[in-house]
Design a protein around this ligand. Sequence first.
Ligand code: 5RP
Length: 225
Amino acid sequence: MSADDDKRLAAQAAVDLVTDGMVLGLGTGSTAVFFIELLGKRMEAGLKVKGVPTSDASAQLARKVGIPLVTLEEHPVLDLDIDGADEVDPALNLIKGGGGALLHEKIVAAASKQVVIIVDEKKLVERLGKFKLPVEVIPFARGSVEKTLQDMGATVAIRMKDGNIFHTDENNIILDCDFGLIDDCCSLSQKLNGVPGVVEHGLFVNLAERVIIGANNQTKILKKP
Ligand code: 5RP
């Protein structure tokens, strides 16, 4: 089984949690793509749901497969958010933002009654931090934030795409930070939240209720301890 097969399996199990009338958070990334496509298939068969997309890419795909899109103004509380992750620890804390959509993803997760994360088993780690932590920054603050993050112990690299600085859907930049393995993700999250110019970061602490893992033709579920 490939990682893609595992992602599709996890996505299928998440689609099975969706019921008529739900307003959903639609995540971003390759695993979320499987979810959105499979959800589109259920809608063809008569399911009625609406979605708040977490990126332009997910919005485009959702429109293509026939999922009606709504905003957080219309639906400030969502029933269920389904999204991928770059790393998941045993307490269901996450690193997200590999796809650059962490700001909208965190807003949507925080607005959702239930957050379900779908991953292949390679995303499971004992401690977060091998995957470089994405930190979204206002372009004006790049220099000062970079220095603060270095003073906090991180090796910092600005994210590039096709030879250019990558910009998020909100036109911010991303600094990918290597803090080494993270001892206390809650404390690091709070410190990062306090840095002027940091818009958001990819540590999702205490947001996921459930993680569905696709592995070897089966799914496993982790629930918040
Ligand atoms: C995007 C994300 C994605 O959920 C994360 O990068 C996982 O992506 P994939 O499903 O492609 O492995 O956080 O900002």
